[in-house]
Ligand binder design. Sequence first.
Ligand code: HEM
Ligand code: FES
Length: 356
Amino acid sequence: MSVKYIPVQWNSNKYLYDLVMLCGVALFLYVFLYAAPGLLSHERPINPQVHNARAFGACAFVMLTVILCIGPLARLDTRFLPLLYNRRHFGVMTVFVALTHASYIVDWYFAFSMSDKYEALLFANTSYGQLQGFPFEAFGIFALIVLIILAATSHDFWMKFLTPPVWKRIHYLIYPAYLSVVAHVSFGVLQDQQNHVFTAIFLAGATAVGGLHLVAALAERRRAPAPAADTAEWIDICDLSQMREGFAKIRLLPEGDRVAVFLHEGRLSAISNACAHQNGPLGEGRIIDCLVTCPWHGFQYDVRTGRSPAPFTEKVPTYALRLSGSTVQVDPRANPPGTPVEPVPVSGSGTAEAGV
Ligand code: HEM
Ligand code: FES
């Protein structure tokens, strides 16, 4: 929790995550450059500068692909969640790899140009009207600019300064950036290739990103069925027998938000699943003395009020609940953040409702 902005602490998990990533990048570059140059390079003889550019470009593409697969994988299977928590480090490292790719290109292809090499990059080829020889570098430049903006604003300070909704909207630019990389490679590199190993890696990566997003969206839709006609306003969460003391059930609501319904000391409470800090999954947090601790960075909220304990001031929306027979139901209209809701005791039978 924070009164104002507090930096998120480094811990052993983050060091391990970064170490594994660095080893992965080193291994990829080693395989590309030394272990299997014939397998991954193009057929035309190339100099080391271009070979390095290709290695770093391909590595940045693979890293970006993995980053975009982590989100849907974590939604499909909670075992992938640890990969999600430190995804920003992954993104920042990808920018450095992509920048190295771009600098090799600029320093080699445009170094001997009559004009400034950056001007030459922009104006050497302006044949935008034709497919063959299309200036595919433009797509790479767009993607690189987006990646730099995302990395520069990834720090918690910017999250606080811009507010989480604006920050999140900016970070959705990752999707146009990925499409732009796909266009960058499709329009440029793949056109004059005889060796199809990279093409296969590229197609598999792009298909995995698209396919996983689709599968995760469909799975979520199946898990959150439309409300029944006779309970138009109330959404079924689960049967009471499925709730475990101290744990939550997380459900997607029709408007796209997720609710976390907790059973604590024999009473039910519901708050938004999205932490006010960085949208961490509150429903996966542990609950002690009515306080749920966000698994990402430890912010805490009272499940009855959605408020952080004093002196902290963070708030998340709460939801009204009721029991219909043994079915736990939630009113999908969120209460304003921090609105107290009386918990629903589970011992009674029939329809018991929580009043706001
Ligand atoms: C200023 C930005 C960029 C420029 C000027 C640029 C330019 C180029 C050029 C000229 C090539 C062809 C190299 C050759 O085979 O001779 C290339 C290949 C490639 N680029 Fe970029 N690029 C940029 C940014 C990016 C970014 C941001 C990514 C990915 C995140 C990327 C991924 C790739 C990939 C995967 C290849 C193919 C590598 C291979 O042949 O195996 N590029 N780029
Ligand atoms: S504490 Fe950081 S997302 Fe919840």
